[in-house]
Design a protein around this ligand. Sequence first.
Ligand code: CA
Length: 224
Amino acid sequence: MRVLVVEDERKTASFIRKALEAEGFAADVCANGNDALAAARATPFDAIVLDIMLPGRDGLSVLKQLRERRNPTPVLLLSARGEVNERIDGLNAGADDYLPKPFVIAELVARVRALGRRGSDAKSPVLRVADLTLDTVTRRASRGGHVIELTAREYRLLEFLMLSAGRICGRMAILEKVWDYDFDPGSNLVDVNIKRLREKIDHDFEPKLLHTVRGLGYVMKEPS
Ligand code: CA
């Protein structure tokens, strides 16, 4: 696992680097935001430890730039204790976790390890259930080698169902994840879209993969 540490205070940076290396990580250090952006562009890191207080371009600006460039590397933000606004801004700007200073080094290492795991899960871009595949980078679905055309909404629906394969997805959870609703519009929106999706992914194929669990919701799975 390769970690980028962005911190201008030399002692803190080297303390973090040594702790990560002692745990078997490879760690690179940058002392300012522009170097960090260049490093993140040149090297695929598994996680970035990013201090907010940096000379010149600060950590939040680095984070926003990374996300604008669609760099998905998980980011752990570091900040002085009590900087609540920065913390909220950071999470809004796409930080994955936050640790106030001063921190216990073991906690930092544990959080970086957790982020790296999350990142490597996310790196597998093709979801698969039986012979149905969904490439989350190109957004192409296919079954048995046949390409399936999806609308943007159908893509989100299928992605959610496949990420949850084997688990029942309730209507409310689907409304939240696929439509960003936090309320039930009281319509058959979900059912209609499930029906359309089913026609595309299941109608001409065997075995059927998208199942209704009466009263609970839907589940994507291979029949056992
Ligand atoms: Ca700093």
